[in-house]
Design a binder for this molecule. Structure first.
Ligand code: SF4
Ligand code: F3S
Length: 85
């Protein structure tokens, strides 16, 4: 599973959305009723680990779960939690 981390906040470039073959990157927009973080999220249940999104992000916000920098590890849960409930 790939994870979107802090650099996305306030940027939301969305290039990642265009390259994702399974459309599993979703906005934290008002249509989702939750925009507290101002970033996009990857649904861990749908991500097929293709890696296409990682180089597409201009601010290097996307990492494979095991490669998320220490300071942004909390985003693994943040991404997953976005799709619960
Ligand atoms: Fe989509 Fe592939 Fe990125 Fe997963 S790794 S979010 S499937 S582009
Ligand atoms: Fe955010 Fe980068 Fe995608 S800024 S919306 S993770 S291309």
């Amino acid at each position: 599973t790939y994870v979107i981390t802090q650099p996305c906040i306030g940027v939301r470039d969305a290039s990642c959305v265009d390259v994702c073959p399974v459309d599993c990157i979703h906005p934290s927009s008002s249509e989702a009723g939750y925009d507290e973080h101002e970033q996009l999220y990857i649904n861990p249940d749908e991500c097929i680990d293709c890696g296409a999104c990682e180089p597409a992000c201009p601010v290097t916000a996307i990492f494979e779960e095991s490669a998320v920098p220490e300071e942004w590890k909390s985003y693994i849960k943040v991404n997953a939690d976005f799709f619960k409930g």
